[in-house]
Structure formats: structure tokens, C-alpha cells
Design a protein around this ligand. Structure first.
Ligand SMILES: [Zn+2]
Ligand SMILES: [Zn+2]
Length: 134
């Protein structure tokens, strides 16, 4: 994947890409933890730099729901959306109901050529809604 994106293959980049694949929607701290199980001496900066390079190359998507730290995932390019739990912050994938971006037609495009409507669903995950009701 790295070579396909014309990125130099380095051990931190490979480890970060593996960590993002293994832990969808993980934040930076969790990714550093996962990478260190593979490469114990890797620096924070090397992980940050790898995440930045992978995101810029389109191999990794960065999402940041309101009130959350940045999270990363390897499912890219399919315009899927997210549902976020207001209580615990759990994030899950939701396929786009319309199929491709932009999934909503603006009532007034203000002359812009619009290529994306950012959709985030908010609510309570099953565990939190059960806890609230007991
Ligand atoms: Zn929850
Ligand atoms: Zn996702």
C-alpha cells in the first residue's frame, strides 16, 4: 500500500498503518500504544509524522467528531459516515444511504461547486442506552 502511494516504506509507517487497520477509529494515544507493542522504541513524533504522511497520501482517513480528539481509520474513499455515542464517545461506521458524495443536495449552493456533505449521526450506543434505563 505504501509503495502504491509512492511513500517510502519505513518501519514506523508500516507499524502505524497496521495499527490503524487493526483499531478502526483509534485516537493518537491508542495508536502509539499499539505501535509500541511492535516497535517499543518508536517516538511520539515518528507516529505523528507517519499518521500525517499516511493521511496526506490518502491511505488513512482522519475524522474528528465535535468534542473528540482526532481519530484515524483505514477505510477510505467510500464516503461512509459515522455514528457517535454522546455518552462514551464510541464511533461506528454507517454506510452512506445515498451511495456517493455529496449525499445531500443543498437547498441553495450559493454558487459553490459542492463535493461533500459531512454527515455525523449522534445518539447513544447500545451499552449506554441500557445503562441509562436501568
Ligand atoms: Zn456509549
Ligand atoms: Zn469509519
Amino acid at each position: 500500500m505504501l509503495r502504491g502511494a509512492a511513500l517510502r516504506v519505513t518501519r514506523p509507517r508500516v507499524a502505524v498503518l497496521n495499527a490503524v487497520h487493526a483499531h478502526p477509529h483509534a485516537d493518537t494515544d491508542s495508536i502509539i500504544g499499539a505501535v509500541r507493542r511492535e516497535l517499543p522504541k518508536v517516538s511520539h513524533q515518528a507516529v505523528y509524522n507517519s499518521l500525517h504522511a499516511l493521511t496526506a497520501a490518502g491511505l488513512v482517513r482522519r475524522i474528528q467528531p465535535a468534542g473528540s480528539v482526532a481519530r484515524y481509520e483505514s477505510r477510505v474513499g467510500d464516503n461512509h459516515h459515522h455514528v457517535v455515542c454522546r455518552s462514551c464517545g464510541l464511533v461506528a461506521d454507517v454506510d452512506c444511504a445515498a451511495g456517493e458524495a455529496p449525499c445531500l443536495t443543498a437547498s441553495d449552493d450559493n454558487g459553490f461547486s459542492i463535493d461533500e456533505a459531512e454527515v455525523v449521526y449522534w445518539g447513544q450506543c447500545p451499552a449506554c442506552s441500557t445503562a441509562d434505563n436501568s
